[in-house]
Structures are given as structure tokens and as C-alpha cells.
Design a protein around this ligand. Structure first.
Ligand code: HEC
Length: 112
């Protein structure tokens, strides 16, 4: 017989399983992207890891391609970021392609 305490534990385990299952259903890792995006992502890791743990950026999902563009340029403007204009353009391509694919890059091109 399962007591209410035991039921509580069971539902906790179930909730954890759901969290783990959802966590593994992530977007492709930046290392699995085709060129030139994989190269841009290598650059992203070099530039962005200066101030952040990579997990923070790998785990962050911008809601729209424009939001990535905005965010990367905001990071570029942080003092001592070491991110040039070209770096920022390329880093945006890496992140937008990772999260939104070709469609995302097109949407970004049209919005400029
Ligand atoms: C010079 C240090 C520096 C560099 C380099 C840098 N960041 Fe940041 N980042 C910050 C600071 C400071 C904050 C918090 C203030 C802010 O949000 O502007 C932040 C915040 C963030 C956040 C959280 C934003 C939010 O709205 O919650 C993300 C995501 C992020 N950075 C991604 C990046 C990415 C991607 C790069 C590479 C293009 C990068 N950062 C490079 C300093 C940096």
C-alpha cells in the first residue's frame, strides 16, 4: 500500500523525470552546426566566454532573431568586451542559425 507520503515521493520522481526529459530535448549543440556557422560559434565561445560561463550562453534562448542581434550588440558595448563589429555580426549568425535556422537569418536580413 502506498501511503500519501510515498505518493508524494512518486510524484516528485515523476516531475524530475519530466524535467530531465525536457532538458535533453535541446537545440543542436553549436559544435554540430555546418560551416561557416560552426566557425562563427568557435568565435562566439572565445569572445563571450570572457565574461560568462559558456553554459549560461548555451542555455540561453533569445525569443526572436532580432533579440539575438540586439543582445550581441549590447554585449559588444560592454567595456573591454573585445568584440569587434565583424565579430558581433558573425556571432549573431552563429546564434540565430543555431536557434532559428536559415529562416531566422532571412528574417534578420529583412529587418535591417
Ligand atoms: C565585457 C564582458 C562581457 C562580454 C564579453 C559578454 N557579456 Fe554578456 N553580459 C555581460 C554583463 C555585464 C551582463 C549583465 C548586464 C546586461 O544584461 O547587459 C551580461 C548579460 C548577458 C546575458 C543575459 C541577458 C539577459 O537579458 O538576461 C546573456 C544571454 C549574455 N550576456 C550573452 C552574451 C553573449 C552571447 C556574449 C558574446 C557575444 C556576451 N554575453 C559577451 C558582460 C559581457
Amino acid at each position: 500500500m502506498c501511503t500519501s507520503r510515498c505518493l508524494w515521493y512518486l510524484s516528485l520522481v515523476a516531475a524530475l523525470l519530466i524535467i530531465v526529459a525536457c532538458g535533453s530535448k535541446q537545440q543542436p549543440a553549436t559544435t554540430e552546426l555546418p560551416e561557416p556557422y560552426a566557425g562563427y560559434c568557435t568565435l562566439m565561445k572565445q569572445r563571450c566566454s570572457r565574461c560568462h560561463e559558456m553554459e549560461r550562453i548555451e542555455g540561453y534562448r533569445a525569443p526572436t532573431p532580432q533579440a539575438w542581434d540586439f543582445l550581441v550588440f549590447r554585449m559588444k558595448h560592454h567595456r573591454g568586451s573585445g568584440i569587434s563589429f565583424d565579430d558581433a555580426e558573425n556571432i549573431v549568425q552563429c546564434l540565430v542559425y543555431r536557434d532559428f535556422g536559415d529562416e531566422g537569418l532571412k528574417a534578420l536580413g529583412e529587418s535591417k
